[in-house]
Design a protein around this ligand. Structure first.
Ligand code: NAD
Length: 469
């Protein structure tokens, strides 16, 4: 950790603090202008974004960047710009008779200087979606992107530097040491996206400053296919969701629970779907590579452990690593033990445990034994069955009969519960995450409170009676 990098970090923070103190209320039109500038620039740099992320991954399917990074952000920007005036408005609150003729309202004010720490798996979306919410709410923002996508981090610094003054938005590059110094700054809010282990450190560090934190973490998100659902149909969307971004997605269906008698039909159907979707694209163009050698080796070790344990392992070899790429063959593992690495850790790669269950009660019990996941997918023909699965489990969010889509609904809160995190963002929930809701009571200069004072007499008793009725 160089002294210079740390001094630059502190200087950037001091600049933003001073700017917030000098101009604590950026107007609605300033914020809308910033959001529009970001929207225009994103459209203009679509191709550059796809290229730079791909360079960091070794290969990132361009369509996946388009869908999950650029289009996602453009939709978010449109939605935020459309609703911002309403979100930012002061809200009147009714007052009790005894407090009249005073009035009460909630002012939605920016928190101040906000820190965003983002991971590598969707390096543009997960840095910019919190940024959109934070600047919409009128804050100044510092972003610390992941060191595992250094080219994208450098791109973000240049891209945002061209749009915003550094005292409004700044990007701090660097590794875990800089990240740790970053999370020790007395921000007015930190939004962290990443692993549970690092999230815990960020929360500890922020607690020293009483900085509120939103933790967007991961976990093992299950998919359950109810007995009444056609497993071949489920294999279509679930395999897409699992192997999108080669499984490096926080809300990917980590493992799937299937009725015991349908285990083999599902496995065959999933293998066929994977071949159908990805094998035919030229040079694996639609299939994303693994972010680093270290991650690749970790996934290999999981598969080797399953083989040594005697588990049935099926790989789509056609999609395996070829010269100089880190493509990892999609791998299905049937019924791995609960205490195997693949069932203990979040997989975060293209390895898919398929677990047979005997009754839906057993499947639900299996999910409930683990930590609360970030997402849960319930597949059932009968909607009541799907809702029952949701009712009897806990997770950050959930989708029925499709993967992912709860995160695409602009006004659904997106966040975890328990080990998958706390707090949420997206849409108005994101705006509120970075907003201080300030309660104000406004009394006229002649408010009768001036008569309520010791020695307490008849007026006090009457008012007290009215209030405690
Ligand atoms: P990570 O926790 O290793 O790193 C995330 C960020 O934290 C990086 O910017 C890193 O530099 C920084 N960091 C590292 N050490 C730090 C420290 N001591 N103090 C402060 N910051 C530190 O996570 P990752 O490997 O980049 O991402 C994968 C994880 O993120 C998975 O668990 C995944 O499920 C989760 N994730 C969650 C969401 C979500 O929305 N909930 C989205 C994407 C990824």
């Amino acid at each position: 950790m160089t002294e210079t990098a740390i001094s630059a970090l502190h200087a950037a923070f001091a600049r933003q603090r001073a700017a917030f103190a000098a101009e604590p209320r950026r107007t609605l039109s300033q914020r809308l202008k910033d959001l529009f500038a970001l929207q225009t620039a994103l459209k203009k740099h679509e191709t550059a974004i796809a290229e730079v992320i791909s360079a960091d991954f070794g290969h990132r399917a361009p369509a996946e960047t388009q869908l999950a990074e650029v289009s996602f952000l453009l939709a978010d920007l449109r939605h935020t710009r459309r609703h911002l005036a309403r979100w930012a408005d002061t809200r009147p609150v009714p007052v009790e008779m005894t407090l009249k003729p005073g009035k009460a309202y909630i002012r939605r004010e920016p928190k101040g200087v906000v820190g965003i720490i983002s991971p590598w798996n969707y390096p543009v979306q997960l840095a910019l979606a919190p940024l959109i919410a934070a600047i919409a709410a009128g804050n100044r923002v510092m972003i610390k992107p992941s060191e595992l996508t250094p080219k994208t981090s450098a791109f973000l610094k240049q891209f945002l530097g061209a749009l915003f003054d550094e005292d409004l938005v700044s990007v701090i590059e660097g590794g875990a040491d800089i990240a740790s110094a970053f999370s020790a700054l007395p921000f007015d809010h930190i939004l962290f996206t990443g692993s549970t282990a690092v999230g815990r450190k960020v929360a500890e560090s922020a607690a020293k400053n009483l900085t509120p934190v939103t933790l967007e973490l991961g976990g093992k998100s299950p998919a359950v296919i109810a007995p009444d659902y056609d497993v071949r149909e489920a294999a279509k969307t679930l395999s897409w969701g699992k192997f999108f971004n080669a499984g490096q997605t926080c809300i990917a269906p980590d493992y799937v629970l299937v009725p015991r008698e349908k285990l083999h039909v599902f496995t065959e159907a999933a293998l066929a779907e994977i071949r159908d979707m990805w094998v035919n694209s030229a040079n694996h163009a639609d299939y994303t590579a693994i972010i680093s050698e270290r991650h690749f080796d970790r996934l290999n070790a999981m598969v080797e452990a399953a083989r040594s344990a005697g588990d049935s392992v099926h790989q789509v070899e056609e999609l395996a690593q070829n010269t100089n790429t880190r493509h990892f063959a999609p791998t299905l593992i049937l019924n791995p033990a609960r205490d195997s690495a693949v069932m203990r850790e979040e997989i975060f790669g293209p390895i898919w445990p398929i677990i047979a269950y005997d009754s839906l009660d057993d499947a639900i019990a299996y999910i409930r034994q683990g930590d609360h996941p970030l997402a849960l997918y319930a597949y059932a023909k009968n909607t009541d069955t799907a809702r029952q699965i949701i009712r009897r489990t806990q997770s950050g969010g959930a989708s029925i009969n499709v993967p992912f889509l709860h995160m695409s609904v602009a006004d659904l809160p997106f966040g975890g519960v328990g080990a998958s995190g706390y707090g949420a963002y997206h849409g108005e929930h994101g705006f509120l995450t970075f907003t201080h809701q300030r309660g104000v009571f406004e009394a006229p200069s002649w408010h009768p409170l001036k008569w309520i004072r010791p020695p307490y007499g008849r007026l006090f008793k009457a008012l007290n009676w009215l209030q405690s009725r």
